[in-house]
Design a protein around this ligand. Sequence first.
Ligand code: UTP
Length: 302
Amino acid sequence: MADTTAVTKAVIPAAGLGTRFLPAAKAIPKEMLPVIDTPTIQLVVEEAAAAGLRDVLMVTRRGKSAIEDHFDTASELEDALTAKGDDDGLARIREPGNLAKMHYVRQDAPKGLGHAVLCAAEHVGNEPFAVLLGDDFIDRRDPLLRRMIDVRQRYGGSIVALMEVEPDQVSAYGCAAIKPTGEDDVVVVTDLVEKPDPGEAPSNWIVIGRYVCDPAVFGVLRETPPGRGGEIQLTDALLTLATADLGVAGDGGGVHGVLFRGRRYDTGNKLDYLRTVIQFACERADLAGEFVPWLRGYLDTL
Ligand code: UTP
């Protein structure tokens, strides 16, 4: 059922422990690890802003205040760069703060992604909202989030982003059972299976870290018991919404998937983080000229 309520708010859960990035993530939030010179979390906020979402709520925790500092004004740095006449540097340090109106809420303990989203309930209110995980991002040339918002306005309910992986990789992810709609890149999600056993997966389409949620998800999350790892899982709440009785108009149920065939960068694990940094270095006009020939030469020595 179409729902034209505008999506204006983005929620970015960034309160996880980052255990795959220890010891780096012991004192520095893993979301602050840079892709060359830009923290991943800035790229995530840029993605939200590019989709028209200028109200961003970051879910953080104790020890993650570097994220708040990054989006705040840095007057000492500004004074130093002004004195040097470094206009480019000034523009670069002001950019994060100009992307969106930033808000923060703290998750008291890492009780799972679903619990982190629930921490946003008061700020979000009774509106649909986007969720962008703080440790991966979509290439700015592939406007996935905009498309998901359009799909939400057409179909209502909640929207997940799905990416196809090789069959032998599905069991590492949350996987969706899907049914076609009339549209090439939109499907109905009929089931969600977390880390299916090999051979048991309902499709090769996995859920990636972008969502547009109906506010009904908050009520479901409040009732969702801790699942895998003792954490409250967003996937479990979305499964409830996907299989809810859709006969009741305006219940906020129903989940659609947008099939994403573009470029996604995961920075939450070491190997994909490395791939991301190297790919960006090879594509950056100010670095590629020297970096690519060096990389080629280095690979020849292996
Ligand atoms: P991950 O599954 O990557 O968990 O969370 P993590 O704890 O950050 O990392 P590892 O697995 O220990 O290395 C996906 C996103 O959800 C956030 C994380 O910050 C990340 O952006 N998250 C996860 C929370 O905000 N709170 C939680 O309780 C769990």
